[in-house]
Design a protein around this ligand. Structure first.
Ligand code: WQD
Length: 344
């Protein structure tokens, strides 16, 4: 089996952890990243963990000529994992054109070039956001796709449809859509983790910054939801576990084990945890208090959603393994490492 893989957005949060797991599994990785939300130092972190430095192309996947050049220089790529995308929900409401342009053009360029360069497997980073507010939890892959609540969510839905249409049209490629729930934590070595740009929008980076004193306090958006403690419920998935799901998906396609050319899997733990429970877990696991206060609801938030990951467990042979406490320790160790490096 040819084990050379292109990881777009490979220096980002999920991309860097996936590169580590790919290299650990014997894959050779070529990363393309435009450094819009990452930096080159991530390559050093990957190398310190795995002893291998992935090939790196600084470039933008919206530029098809950059991709032509990459495929010519790095011959024999058999699979692509596509992380390159704009991903801030709030920003997407302000800048919809940027989101549709980036996320759709990147996908179209990659799908267009795959047959030309003999690339057969494609893993797409999708999101539980495609489900909207679930009618029931845990949610399975067959649940209805509801109208997206943001342009970001809409791009994920449209990208899923584009991939399905391209496969229906007779393209020789195979694809797996991974619908992530809420990825959190960092590599246990604290060599790589999440590097939020500016004020974090997501819960865990805000929480760790509040714990270390960069932010005054974490605002908990709402305690009047119809949930046991009133705060929202999510399925928080450890980023290393999530990374391993990508290796399982690639193995499956490249070893010709896919049951159909397009498969979709929920990637979550199967357990819902509330925002307040997650804060408790962080405090318990690390012995550190998180200054926080309850404020009003955040517009557009879903009340509760968690995965039914049975299909991924049984078909992909993948399962979330990390405990919430371990994940919270990894998030804190990473935050402390950023402080040591003078980055926070
Ligand atoms: C989680 C919970 C907030 C911040 C979104 C996207 C999803 C994925 C991840 C990826 C919610 C609460 C948050 C804070 C809070 N996208 N919260 N205080 O909204 O579930 O998912 O990000 O790249 O596709 O939809 O994640 O981490 O923003 O929020 O109380 O300061 O934490 O209200 O209930 P979300 P999140």
């Amino acid at each position: 089996m040819n084990k050379k893989i292109l990881v777009t957005g490979g220096l980002g949060f999920i991309g860097s952890h996936t590169t580590v797991e790919l290299q650990n599994a014997g894959y050779e990785v070529v990363i393309i990243d435009n450094l819009s939300n990452s930096n080159r130092d991530v390559l050093d972190g990957i190398e310190r963990i795995t002893g291998m430095r992935p090939a790196f192309v600084e470039g933008d996947c919206t530029n098809i000529n950059t991709l032509h050049q990459l495929f010519k220089e790095h011959q024999g790529i058999s699979g692509i994992i596509n992380f390159a995308a704009s991903k801030a929900v709030n920003e997407s409401v302000q800048k919809p054109i940027l989101y549709y342009r980036n996320n759709l053009n990147i996908l179209l360029n990659l799908l267009d070039l795959m047959p030309t360069y003999g690339v057969t497997g494609f893993v797409f980073s999708s999101s539980c956001t495609v489900y909207g507010e679930p009618d029931k939890n845990p949610i399975t892959e067959d649940a209805p796709i509801k109208k997206a609540t943001s342009p970001y969510g809409a791009t994920k839905q449209i990208c899923e449809d584009i991939i399905a249409d391209v496969i229906k049209s007779g393209s020789p490629i195979k694809a797996i859509l991974l619908r992530y729930f809420n990825p959190i934590g960092a590599h246990p070595s604290a060599e790589i983790g999440e590097l939020p740009n500016g004020v974090p929008q997501n819960l865990v980076p805000y929480l760790t910054q509040a714990a270390i004193g960069v932010r005054k306090e974490l605002s908990v958006f709402g305690d009047d939801y119809n949930t046991p403690d009133g705060s929202c419920i999510r399925d928080f998935i450890n980023v290393v576990d999530l990374a391993k799901a990508h290796v399982a998906a690639l193995d499956r396609m490249l070893e010709n084990r896919s049951e159909s050319p397009l498969e979709v899997f929920n990637i979550g733990t199967g357990c819902g945890l509330s925002v307040l429970q997650l804060i408790d877990a962080f405090e318990r696991a690390n012995g550190v208090k998180v200054p926080h206060k309850i404020v009003g609801r955040r517009a557009g938030d879903i009340e509760q959603i968690w995965a039914d990951p049975t299909r991924a467990n049984e078909v992909l042979g993948w399962r979330a393994e990390a405990s919430v406490d371990d994940t919270m320790r990894s998030a804190w160790n990473w935050q402390k490492r950023l402080r040591e490096r003078g980055l926070m």
